[in-house]
Design a protein around this ligand. Structure first.
Ligand code: XMP
Length: 522
């Protein structure tokens, strides 16, 4: 096993989200960070020793699926109340604190779900500072508070929840609604009021500060050691390489493996960006033949992933061995991957596919890990990329899966099919960019299906492949909605594909959301 990266030194100040298994816990942390305050999600079972290193200035208790009166219902750790720091309990979080501090929670005969109007009981409430007396909020709860804990008073109500927000004099606040979701229009202001008007945050969490701190940290950690990293052409690995290069210069070697499964012009563009922006120590390996030979005759998606992952490790190791002694491996792990693996309630989507670009690499190479993006969300990585001066084209590139086009060709991957898909994908990308929609979409791409159907071209009947277009909006790829692309754009894409891509006579648009579908077809 590789040596684990030690946790970064304590944050300057942070808002700790205590997770009770809500699907929105990470969203709370994200919204808090958008306010300029560093936030991390921890399980409700995390001991104080670990939490203390983050210099908490407040606690935010998440929602969750349990009822506080159930046996084994998760409870607020006692250090939260003992710390004397401000607390904001959201939904289940409010019920849990009520229950533990001597109030009473009971199931309600009416479940409140959706938009509700919140009415303030008082005029001078810091949490609702600068807001009207009536605030639209998003509710999702069955239980409700029937008796307040001693020392608390009710500060707001809705039609179905007579006690919808509570507070005491020690800055322990509870709200029944969800300020973290976009359906609560002033949710971010409510969180911001909590952070700056109830708690005493400085708001120092910015991408510029992050870059400065990370460069220092990397320098300290690496010393005179040598580091390698893999480049994929995506924003995460590019930002990692750039940060490291800024910190340690030539002590870093970046290895870029062409697996033959990239999109058209991808390789050239990435190399160009690196040459222009960074005088990086880089190794480029064209391993197309190795990958495609191993994929011959393989149709099972997981087998494809496995082969590509293993082959990547072999090529990478071979190249790394040529460099001589190396001490560290830098990786672009992001915070959602970390939350996934530490979440109180495991989220189903994480187990469906094996989603790792460089899966297994750390396990087989006996290197210490450097993961400078480990505590960032994707949009924060983009901000850091911008702060590092990376070109917009690179910073805003849509995510692209590690196994590349192999999982967008349903069935066997052949050179001929790859060319067909590359041509169709190129058209989709360019037309979406031309329509100014590229940035708004989480991903947009073409899939080559194995389905052949009859068509007519001129006086001839044809029997050719069907290409599917996939375009989705999403915040984090855990859930996604199919994008309502304009018909004109779809018409242009379809026309161009059937006219320009040899072997394709039909184009369909995928109108499934995730769940129940997934973003990729394999
Ligand atoms: P799904 O298809 O599960 O995809 O909805 C969610 C996100 O993950 C990407 N994806 C992968 N990324 N290796 C990767 O590095 C993979 O094997 C893989 N499979 C899917 C997908 O593009 C989407 O962004």
């Amino acid at each position: 096993m590789p040596a684990k990266e030690s946790r970064p030194k304590a944050a300057e100040e942070s808002a700790i989200v205590i997770d009770f298994g809500s699907q929105y816990s990470w969203l709370i942390a994200r919204r808090v960070r958008e306010c300029g305050v560093y936030s991390e999600v921890v399980a409700h079972t995390t001991p104080w020793k670990k939490v203390a290193r983050l210099n908490p200035k407040c606690f935010i208790l998440s929602g969750g699926p349990a009822g506080v009166y159930e046996t084994d219902a998760p409870m607020v750790p006692t250090y939260v109340f003992e710390s004397g720091l401000p607390v904001l309990g959201i939904c289940y979080g409010m019920q849990a604190l009520t229950h533990q501090l001597g109030g009473q929670v009971a199931p309600s005969d009416k479940r409140e779900y959706g938009l509700a109007m919140l009415y303030k009981n008082e005029t001078d409430i810091p949490l609702f500072d600068n807001m009207e007396d009536t605030i639209p909020v998003w509710m999702s709860h069955g239980d409700r508070i029937i008796e307040l804990p001693p020392g608390f008073h009710s500060i707001a109500y809705t039609e179905n929840a007579p006690i919808a927000a509570i507070a005491n004099d020690q800055n322990i606040i509870g709200i029944q609604f969800h300020p973290e979701v976009v359906h609560t229009p002033q949710g971010k202001e409510i969180l911001s009021n909590f952070l700056f008007k109830v708690c005493d945050f400085q708001g120092t969490w910015t991408s510029k500060n992050f870059v400065k701190q990370q460069i220092e940290r990397i320098k300290r950690k690496v010393g005179k050691g040598k580091v390698i990293c893999a480049l994929s052409g995506g924003v995460d690995s590019t930002v990692v390489a750039t940060l490291l290069h800024k910190a340690i210069g030539d002590q870093l070697t970046a290895i870029y493996v062409n697996n033959g499964l990239m999109r058209r012009e991808e390789i050239e563009r990435t190399i160009r960006t690196f040459k222009k922006n960074l005088k990086l120590n880089g190794i480029y390996v064209d391993a197309t033949d190795r990958f495609l030979d191993r994929l011959e005759g393989v149709t099972d998606p997981e087998k494809k992933r496995h082969i590509i992952g293993n082959e990547f490790i072999s090529v990478f190791e071979e190249e790394a061995n040529k460099i001589g002694k190396v001490d560290f491996l830098a990786q672009g792990t992001l915070y959602p991957d970390v939350i996934e693996s530490t979440a109180t309630v495991s989220r189903a989507s994480s187990t469906i596919k094996t989603h790792h670009n460089v899966g297994g690499l750390p396990d087989v190479m006996n290197l210490k890990l450097i993961e400078p993006l480990r505590y960032l969300f994707k949009d924060e990585v983009r901000e850091v990329g911008t702060a590092l001066g990376l070109p917009e084209e690179m910073v805003w590139r849509q995510p692209f899966p590690g196994p590349g086009l192999a999982i967008r060709i349903i069935g066997e991957v052949t050179r001929e099919r790859l060319e067909m898909l590359r041509a169709a994908d190129w058209i989709v990308m360019n037309e979406v960019k031309k329509a100014n929609l590229y940035r708004q979409l989480w991903q947009s791409f073409a899939v080559l299906t194995p389905l052949k159907s009859v068509g007519v071209m001129g006086d001839y009947r044809t029997y050719r492949y069907t290409v599917a277009i996939r375009a989705v909006t999403s915040e984090d790829a855990m859930t996604a909605d199919w994008a309502r692309l304009p018909y004109d754009l779809l018409a242009t894409i379809s026309n161009r594909i059937v006219n320009e891509v040899e072997g394709v006579n039909r184009v369909v648009y995928d109108i499934s959301s995730k769940p129940p579908a997934t973003i990729e077809w394999e």
